[in-house]
Design a protein around this ligand. Sequence first.
Ligand code: BT5
Length: 259
Amino acid sequence: MRGDGLSVASITDNLETHFIGQRVIHYPKLTSTMEEAKREAQRGAAEGTVIVADEQTAGKGRLKRIWLSPRGNIALSVILYPDVAYLPPLIMVASLAVVHCIEAVTGLKSQVKWPNDVLINNKKVAGILIESEVKGNMVDYAIIGIGVNVNLRLSDFPEIPSTATSLSDELGREVSRLDVIRHLLVGVERLYLTLQTGGSIYEEWRDSLVTLGRGVRVKLGKTIYEGVAESVTTDGSLLLRHSDGSLTRVTGGDVTLRE
Ligand code: BT5
């Protein structure tokens, strides 16, 4: 199933969305779906346009890190034009859509590791990257990038850290990337529309976090914070309680969970 026949029609046919994934651009191979999505957004692509690649040669993680996406993975980017108020919760939209689609297609339970990882059995199965261009108070565009390890035997890819897993490794069988993509797009739209119609997805996102209540170490640039991950705010920040009782609000960074 490695190639498993992704095509624009197979993704879009009878897709139960209004705008997310109604236009899909599919590439067998691409440097990064983020770069292509950015070009499309700058050309005024319709909201909900999706760029999907079977393989990325320069997949992007956060902070100029590399996201390895060989064949068997899902790499896609969704173009949105939200109001500036909806930028912070986009990470909640993406994370929950990934958790939901994994459960719907495989029955596997996953959890979110703040800020942008999705884990199964404490191993990273998916990563999310959100990039936006904002001028003043106006969002030019926002792009949600999602990478999911679907049909990968991680032992074949020593360059991917041992903290990673894939749906096929967890299940012991291959999974339809098409099913995952279609569920993912439906989920992104539903959650995004929930936000836009005044609903909240914060509570569900908070409850899906593996991070809360755990001792953590957060590295943000050159600063390292240590403490207990006490809570998250509605704009997605992490509240960290230190041993001296003080509280720090952290807006991003790399989290290591302590035992
Ligand atoms: C992320 O960054 O986790 C965001 C990944 C987003 C990827 C998607 S794919 C579609 C779209 N197009 C792109 O070019 N990017 C987005 P970060 O938290 O910085 O994690 C990166 C780190 O994860 C790397 O430094 C490795 O340690 C690890 N890593 C790399 N490839 C991996 C993989 N396939 N599975 C699990 N971990 C991986």
